[in-house]
Design a binder for this molecule. Structure first.
Ligand SMILES: C[S@@+](CC[C@H](N)C(=O)[O-])C[C@H]1O[C@@H](n2cnc3c(N)ncnc32)[C@H](O)[C@@H]1O
Length: 224
């Protein structure tokens, strides 16, 4: 994407009512006014709240929001020019139960309160295979702690990835730490049994992996 196009998207994001872009200082040093208040202030209802982490263009956030009008969805990514796509679609199609938050996933506990979140989707995260990058892997134990801190006690996490490494790493970590694996499938389009939305919605990255005939994997789990 050219820088002119990016700038245009950044500008539009600022004017979108469904986009929130708190600064790091706002989150960490001040009180972020939406923390603990997303349902009442943004969605104006008391419906379940579901996050998509590393949402890219936001296919899951928008797709699930259409499918489940009585749930609220927030796509989170550090790259605003990407989720501009999802935010624009939601505005054009008047899908009011989806919003987008621009922040680092590392700061998620500053953006959401304890027990505020019902479910998390992690869609095609970078597997961060190199040893030095382990700390950025979005299912490592540090990230799981952060998720646990904002999820309801029975909250669910969904991981969809093309990376066999990420799939295996996450399953191993979950089993090793005694978390509850509710369901796992290492090839969702070949092996039946995943929840319907796992095969009904494709993300931008996913469609590229599918063209290369890569198996797509899925895990649904609870953090103890
Ligand atoms: C491989 S892409 C997948 C995007 C989308 N879910 C898809 O499947 O098309 C990973 C996304 O995660 C975002 N991301 C990676 N690390 C992040 C972090 N620590 N905080 C926020 N976003 C992050 C990137 O900006 C990128 O959009």
């Amino acid at each position: 994407m050219g820088s002119k196009n990016k700038l245009k998207r950044f500008k539009e994001n600022e004017s979108f009512s469904n986009v929130f872009q708190p600064t790091r200082d706002k989150l960490v040093k001040e009180n972020f006014e939406l923390k603990g208040q997303w349902r009442s202030l943004v969605f104006k209802n008391d419906n379940p709240l579901i996050l998509e982490l590393g949402c890219g263009k936001g296919e899951y956030s928008v797709g699930l929001a259409k499918k489940y009008p009585s749930k609220n969805f927030i796509g989170i990514d550090i790259k605003g020019a990407r989720f501009w796509r999802g935010a624009k679609t939601a505005i054009d199609e008047s899908i009011n139960n989806v919003a987008f938050l621009r922040t680092q996933i590392e700061l998620i506990e500053y953006a959401f309160a304890k027990n505020e979140v019902d479910e998390i989707w992690i869609t095609f995260p970078d597997p961060q295979i190199k040893y030095k990058r382990t700390k950025h892997r979005m299912t490592n134990s540090e990230f799981l702690k952060r998720y646990k801190n904002i999820l309801k006690p029975d909250g669910i996490v969904n991981l969809k990835t093309d990376s066999e490494f990420m799939h295996g790493y996450t399953l191993g970590l979950l089993h090793g730490a005694g978390h509850e694996v509710l369901y796992a499938n290492h090839n969702v389009y070949k092996q039946e049994g995943s929840p319907e939305e796992v095969t009904a919605i494709q993300t931008f990255y996913e469609s590229q992996y599918l063209e290369q005939n890569k198996p797509i994997t899925y895990i649904r789990f609870k953090i103890k």
